[in-house]
Write a protein that binds this ligand. Structure first.
Ligand code: AMP
Length: 396
């Protein structure tokens, strides 16, 4: 079903509550180290400002536990300052997200002005989706706009609960874009459609794999989860991470791929170390099997070449999950090479959030991708075919 987006509403003079995702990384000094999420929300915010709405922004930041020092560490002040620079206009930071002070500040807000409410998760009622709290948030607004794709898979007060207490609601442009690309990549992909799936565990990606097997022409597997598949095929994997209780499941997935005529590619060589440490000696093993005293920590050069060829000749590529222990330099090449291959490919390229999005960002290749999702968990749940609560309430 097509969602109503913010541009379909008349916003002039109205109190427009936009749930954004400003859950940005901060350094020790509390400075925003990556403002991608703030920038991603700009089109919606700028639209509301231009339409002369009275703009109320709300977000969570981190996981405050109710300790007094959390109030200082997890304030949205750094995000407000960054937003102010990006917007080129004043952004008022409220000292809370509910209460009389906030109500007054919102009342005083003029058309085109912007206020950012303080971290929603300073109130545990937010994550519990308590009705009273949702009603209080809703009482600040005439219109509720959800543009926080990163939390769309959570039914919290601001991401879902408050929807039924406002007069009008709509999706923001970021959510619209996320659904368009994630939906298009999976719904009606140009073929060949190649999926690259990595990460630690088969069990975490089970639903994603099942869904991709129904849609993709080829699935290239990397990361630690590849060793569970290799072991399931009877290949020696040495000290590599294996989910011993998921071997049957891995076999079922391999059988399903064969039955559906989907090429499920596994590593044919590896970059190994004696232990998962930065200081461990990097050993390239030119074989499917991993020697008994080594761990597979990245895909090897031959595997990389095969995956790269698939990516270059695809029309659609979807990627989720690192190809190795990419946080440590000796085992990072496979992951960054996948990012480069996608950047070089003429295909529609969609990166499904989390570690893969971080790698693309670090490699400076975001602009070369068709779409890099801002939501790790949310994009995975979407690919799994699950209904996202923050989207569902927009449809009702
Ligand atoms: P996931 O959250 O399931 O996507 O897993 C990502 C994590 O798996 C990252 O922290 C990677 O460093 C780690 N990882 C990927 N491949 C390997 C590997 N071969 N051995 C150990 N850890 C790995």
């Amino acid at each position: 079903m097509a969602l109503k987006t913010i541009d379909a509403l008349d916003l002039a003079g109205k109190r427009v509550f936009i749930r954004v995702d400003f859950n940005v990384p901060l350094d020790e000094q509390g400075k925003v180290t990556d403002d991608a999420r703030i920038r991603a929300a700009l089109p919606t915010i700028q639209h509301a400002v231009k339409a002369r709405a009275r703009v109320i922004l709300a977000s969570h930041l981190g996981r405050p536990k109710g300790k007094p020092e959390d109030r200082q560490k997890l304030t949205l002040l750094p995000a407000a300052e960054r937003l102010q620079q990006l917007l080129g206009q004043d952004v008022i930071l409220a000292d809370d997200c509910i209460g009389d002070g906030v109500r007054k500040a919102v009342k005083d807000l003029g058309p085109g002005q912007v206020i950012l409410l303080e971290n929603l998760r300073f109130h545990p009622e937010e994550e519990k989706n308590e009705e009273l709290f949702a009603r209080e948030l809703a009482s600040l607004a005439d219109v509720w706009v959800n543009d926080a794709f990163g939390t769309a898979h959570r039914a919290h007060a601001s991401t879902a609960g408050m929807a039924k207490f406002v007069k009008e609601k709509a999706a923001g442009f970021l959510i619209q874009k996320e659904l368009e690309y994630l939906g298009k990549a999976l719904g009606s992909p140009s073929r060949p459609f190649v999926a690259i799936v990595g990460g630690a565990k088969v069990s975490d990606k089970l639903k994603v794999l099942e869904n991709l097997l129904a849609k993709a022409d080829a699935v290239c597997v990397g990361g630690a989860m590849a060793y569970t598949f290799l072991k399931a095929q009877g290949v020696e994997v040495g000290k590599s991470l294996v989910e011993a209780d998921k071997l049957d499941l891995a076999r079922q997935i391999l059988d399903r791929a064969t039955a559906r005529k989907v090429d499920l590619l596994l590593p044919v060589d590896h970059v190994c170390g004696a232990e998962p440490k930065e200081t461990a000696k990097r050993v390239v093993v030119n074989d499917r099997a991993v020697p008994a005293d080594l761990m597979g920590l990245d895909i090897g050069p031959k595997t990389l070449d095969r995956y790269r060829q698939r990516i270059l000749s695809a029309k659609t590529v979807f990627w989720n999950g690192p190809m190795g222990l990419f946080e440590q330099k000796p085992w990072a090449e496979g992951t960054f090479a996948v990012a480069r291959a996608m950047a070089d490919s003429p295909a529609v390229t969609v990166v499904g959030g989390g570690d893969s999005a971080a790698a693309v960002e670090e490699a400076g290749l975001v602009e070369k991708m068709t779409h890099v999702s801002t939501g790790g968990g949310a994009s995975l749940e979407f690919i799994e075919g699950r209904e996202l609560p923050g989207i569902k309430v927009l449809e009702e």
